[in-house]
Design a protein around this ligand. Sequence first.
Ligand code: SAM
Length: 285
Amino acid sequence: MSTLWLVATPIGNLGDLAPRAIEVLSTAELVCCEDTRRTGKLLQHAGIRAKRLAVCNEHTEFDLVAQVLDTLGSGGDVAVVSDAGSPGISDPGELLVAAAVTAGHDVSAVPGPTAATMAVTISGLPSGRHVYEGFLPRKGRERSERIDAIATEHRTVVLYEAPHRVQRTLAELTAACGADRPVSISRELTKLHEETIRGTLGTVDLGEPRGEYVIVVGGAATAVVDASDDHVRRELRNALAGGASTRDAVAKITAATGRRKREVYQLALEQETNVSPAVDTTDSE
Ligand code: SAM
């Protein structure tokens, strides 16, 4: 029976290429890769030659399905690799797997490097229950909703980010989760300049961003909180009377109570016209 193999490749250090990856890549009838030059170099390093290469990226993966199913149907194994790490993790692969599963073929993997798993396991944050978020949407409502969901997520959250966007993403996470939220930021994993900075969103300083990043955000505190409208109103009153902007007050109270940002904002709007100068302490717990 032929098999579709998802083959993990190094995320920086070529020494992480597994012997079984080399075996599968050299025997597969077809190797699907994001970039033939990049994978060609890896194969050359391993001293092997692929029988046949096909380009599999976000533009070609759909069109590749027929060729992959044909190859599997005629008894040949197919391997899928990405430029780095595990295919299917913020990389092509998912569609080919779904097609092979639907067609009744065997699907397996040569597991190996994944930046997300390495970053979460070395973060020092709870790794037993974590959520992989990958890249955030670039902009708009989809992005802000995803960030709001991260602010109230109790499990550790793992994000990927490019160097030119990492500072903006950290600023938005800080606004939503609060400056005290623990974070671990890893760059250049397994490479010469590997670095992990641990602290809180308010204190970490990346300097000039260089290389590829994984951001690991600690989960929201799990203490039982009062999330009633009355409690939210009191907290808003206190925050606004203390000089916080509506935006900051809403972000902080959303993160603290787990309420929807939209609802907290609505309560803030009701309150804005009626800010009391005296700090209300009737619900201080
Ligand atoms: N499939 C890959 C994996 O298994 O990790 C992820 C591919 S995704 C297109 C590329 C992103 O992964 C980068 O922008 C970065 O966030 C993260 N990444 C990949 N290699 C990394 C490394 N060596 N150090 C830190 N982050 C890395």
